[in-house]
Design a protein around this ligand. Sequence first.
Ligand code: CTP
Ligand code: MG
Length: 227
Amino acid sequence: MRIGLVLAAAGLGTRLKASEPKAFLRLQDATLVDRALAPFMLRDDVAAAAVVVPNPAAAAELLGHMDPRVRFVQGGEDRQASVAAGLAVLGDVELILVHDAARPLVEDATVAAVIDAAKKFGAAVPALPIHDTVKEVGADGRVKGTPSRAALVLVQTPQGFRADLLRRAHAEAQAAGVRATDDAALVERLGEPVVLVPGRRSNIKITTREDLLIAEAILAARAQPPR
Ligand code: CTP
Ligand code: MG
């Protein structure tokens, strides 16, 4: 099956307070974009990758020698607009994966699990159980309640979809003026099923300075020979 990847890398990383866009920061010498792309580019069934960035010309120059399947695309106002810009250039693929450059530690096994489940069920996302207790807070800042953790999960990227389903979900959300922070939410509102596959704790989202430190520690642990 021909698979396309949209890598969302067009954010500015405001909460990280770095001097360059977050996706172009380095972890042990490799940019977040390069790290986030790597497990997808290892696969022969990934036919095309749209890497959505703030400045395509600068990205092409910075990242240099690139896989011929990769195209850089100008990002949009928010993540959803950036993913839509990537979808527009992907061409003829049957399955689409959407991944955030902010998750540079994604592993091959997660990519494989998402692809398998998306092929079978149409839409699949990696998820983790919640360990912290969650509170619902009112507009006045006071705690309103404590939802049961049992019915809640944390979701990650990569998220995988049948191409026609994801394209329809984006088009209908756009027409309805709906904005969401992940792609599965746009599929859910069509009433189509979204299945969960196991996520990994190490597939963290880099949002703040602390997250960069955690990512460095995870990479250092991976470099240790197995005992
Ligand atoms: N993203 C994007 N286009 C945007 C906004 C975000 O492609 N207009 C991407 C980011 O590059 C990131 C992912 O969506 O890989 C998740 O976004 P987030 O973690 O919020 O990254 P930033 O928006 O860059 O960070 P911040 O919100 O702190 O500015
Ligand atoms: Mg953001």
